[in-house]
Design a protein around this ligand. Structure first.
Ligand code: FPP
Length: 252
């Protein structure tokens, strides 16, 4: 069965329709290129991040219409603290600004907010705004909008290992029963399926410490488009490309 794409101004050919059977369940995005988008226009980097927030709103709506179940956005990495203090402060105010403007529309669209990352180390205003939205949306059962905030893949794995070692010492878990499924439960993403599709904008082709464990079998799709110029059409292009991939998981 194919999905109609009412949000696209130009409809694709029948053969290029999104089919429900192999639509990606979980899409993760590395939203890169905000700074360059601003610099190209002679604007400060902040302007690119601001424009990036509007793109987030558009892509969330598109994900809802395309029946994506989980959308994980790499919003702030554990390495992003190395940026100038003012830029860090600006980026960490964006979740609050985004939620202030768009929470009513997220509610209308049945979207549930979640996060992955070291939440406690974020400024209190960021935590409060996001916690409020998590609470408000907790009964929504549509798209899960998952913000990776102060997230690092290696940190996440190390944290899980430390927790497991301490539980083994306390005899709370038996080492011999530890398998991949059990290990996954110690990660931030417990209960959420692994990403099927990773999109990275901005022309770079690397993972930048994003969901290292979870992306073992994820399909990657890269575009030169900078995040503020990423459109619903580009998103659709990525979803369609995913559908043409053959996922073999090591088999034949
Ligand atoms: C990478 O581009 C972008 C970030 C580190 C920040 C991403 C944040 C947003 C898109 C806005 C957040 C939105 C919400 C709703 C919370 P870059 O600055 O590294 O770009 P560059 O490579 O061109 O310098």
């Amino acid at each position: 069965m194919s999905i109609k794409i009412p949000f696209l101004s130009k409809q694709p050919k029948e053969s290029d329709s999104l089919s429900e059977e192999n639509a990606p369940n979980h899409v993760a995005i590395i939203m890169d290129g905000n700074g360059r988008w601003a610099q190209k226009r002679g604007l400060p980097r902040f302007a690119g991040h601001k424009e990036g927030v509007s793109t987030v709103n558009k892509i969330v709506k598109t994900a809802v219409k395309a029946n994506v179940k989980v959308l994980t956005l790499y919003t702030f990495s554990t390495e992003n603290w190395k940026r100038p203090k003012q830029e860090v402060e600006y980026i960490l105010k964006l979740p609050k600004e985004f939620l202030h403007v768009y929470l009513p529309s997220l509610m209308e669209n049945n979207v549930r907010i979640q996060t992955i990352g070291d939440f406690q180390a974020l400024p209190s205003h960021t935590q409060e705004a996001v916690n409020y939205a998590k609470e408000k949306t907790k009964h929504n059962d549509g798209l899960i909008l998952n913000f990776a905030l102060n997230y690092g893949g290696r940190y996440e794995i190390l944290k899980a290992v430390k927790q497991i070692v301490s539980e083994v010492k306390e005899d709370d878990i038996d080492m011999s029963s530890l398998d991949e499924e059990t290990f996954s439960k110690y990660l931030y993403t417990t209960g959420v399926s692994d990403p099927d599709l990773l999109i990275r904008t901005g022309g770079e082709c690397r993972l930048s410490n994003f969901m290292l464990w979870q992306m073992a079998y994820t399909e990657f799709w890269f575009t030169d488009k900078l995040w503020p110029e990423f459109t619903e059409e580009t998103f659709y292009e990525a979803l369609l490309a995913y559908q043409h991939r053959k996922r073999r998981y090591g088999g034949i």
